[in-house]
Design a binder for this molecule. Structure first.
Ligand SMILES: [Zn+2]
Ligand SMILES: [Zn+2]
Length: 330
């Protein structure tokens, strides 16, 4: 899925292109803006390296409707790993630590969080960070990679299905993820789709655990096979799809619906539904206004479970230099 650094290195930088007919002006309120698709995606070409696995995991998740493949073990695995990989991997790891450096922690923990993030199929750490930093730099202006002001479906997931020159050249990494790629750990994950192989390996591990559980509880090869598939369908496919849509909702819904505590230049919103689904990430207007803060809820009632996980890590001495909001709201 992610293009390798060696491949990227050989590409030329994105040629300068005229800003398309974007209705962006200082006097146009963010909510009234409409954007064209980024120039770097024209002419539209399907990004097969993303389209195939993302479509496949959605189709495979539909196996959850086969009653024979349901198991309470699989359901519990889905719920637990949705929380562990979603919070520790994405919101705490990829987002607040790697992208925004909202706190520091030992390297072994940082790398563990990054591996948890990989288990969600939300791209490699360096690529996730680079694209998200680009989003913050150009949010709801060109060339924001996924502004819903160019269409809800585009901002939600359409952008992943289309090749973008902005995302496929070395300059994207150099400009937005150089700090990460200096670490050989992240550099190696980019080579030969290593990160994607780790996702595949983790899926196989789920199946193996399911097979052992099935064998121990049922004592037959059929039950072992059923439980292996149940763990795959529920613990991996269903959980992956839910996690993807919850993160994507931050990019789409939280840039359209909700209230604003801060008059940022983008259309970011605080959306409590997205916050519940995406572990506190729905307080997105707060986040755009104060990007480095490890806390996204600024009012006491803006519940942000990822913040409390970071506070927990801080309490046991694993998180340091935790960045608080510039000003808590009362
Ligand atoms: Zn961010
Ligand atoms: Zn945003």
């Amino acid at each position: 899925m992610a293009i390798g650094l060696e491949d990227v290195r050989t590409k030329k930088p994105t040629p300068a292109v005229d800003v398309p007919s974007v209705v962006v002006a200082a006097e146009v309120p963010p909510a009234e803006r409409r954007l064209d698709l980024p120039a770097a995606v024209q002419p539209l070409r399907i990004s097969w390296e993303y389209a195939i696995p993302l479509t496949l995991v959605h189709v495979l998740s539909l196996l959850a409707f086969v009653p024979w493949l349901f198991s309470w073990t699989g359901l519990v695995a889905a719920i637990v790993t949705h929380f562990v990989f979603g919070v520790l991997g994405i919101t705490v790891g990829y987002h607040r630590l790697l992208t925004h450096q909202g706190f520091t922690c030992p390297k072994w923990l940082e790398h563990t969080l990054a591996i948890f993030g990989i288990f969600t199929l939300q791209d490699s750490p360096a690529r996730w960070v680079a694209i998200h930093r680009l989003h913050h730099k150009e949010s709801d202006h060109q060339p924001d990679p996924h502004s819903p002001l160019a269409g809800f479906l585009w901002g939600h997931m359409g952008w992943l299905y289309v090749s973008s020159r902005d995302h496929q050249n070395i300059y994207c990494f150099e400009r937005y993820a150089r700090d990460l790629l200096r670490d050989p750990f992240y550099f190696r994950l980019e080579k030969n789709l290593a990160w994607f192989m780790i996702y595949i390996a983790h899926a196989l591990a789920f199946a193996a655990v399911g097979a052992v559980i099935g064998w121990c509880s049922g004592g037959t090869a059929l039950e072992a096979g059923r439980m292996a598939l149940s763990m795959l369908v529920w613990g991996v496919f269903v959980r992956t799809v839910l996690g993807l849509h919850h993160t994507w909702a931050v990019n789409s819904a939280s840039h359209i619906w909700g209230y604003r505590n801060y008059e940022t230049s983008d259309n970011s919103r605080n959306n409590w539904i997205v916050s519940l689904l995406a572990h506190g990430e729905g307080w997105h207007n707060n986040h755009h206004a104060d990007q480095r803060s490890a806390a996204h809820g600024h009012h006491w009632w803006e519940f942000d479970i990822s913040w409390w996980v970071i506070r927990g890590l801080e309490a046991v001495g694993l998180a340091k230099n935790v960045v608080r909001p510039k000003a808590w709201k009362t």
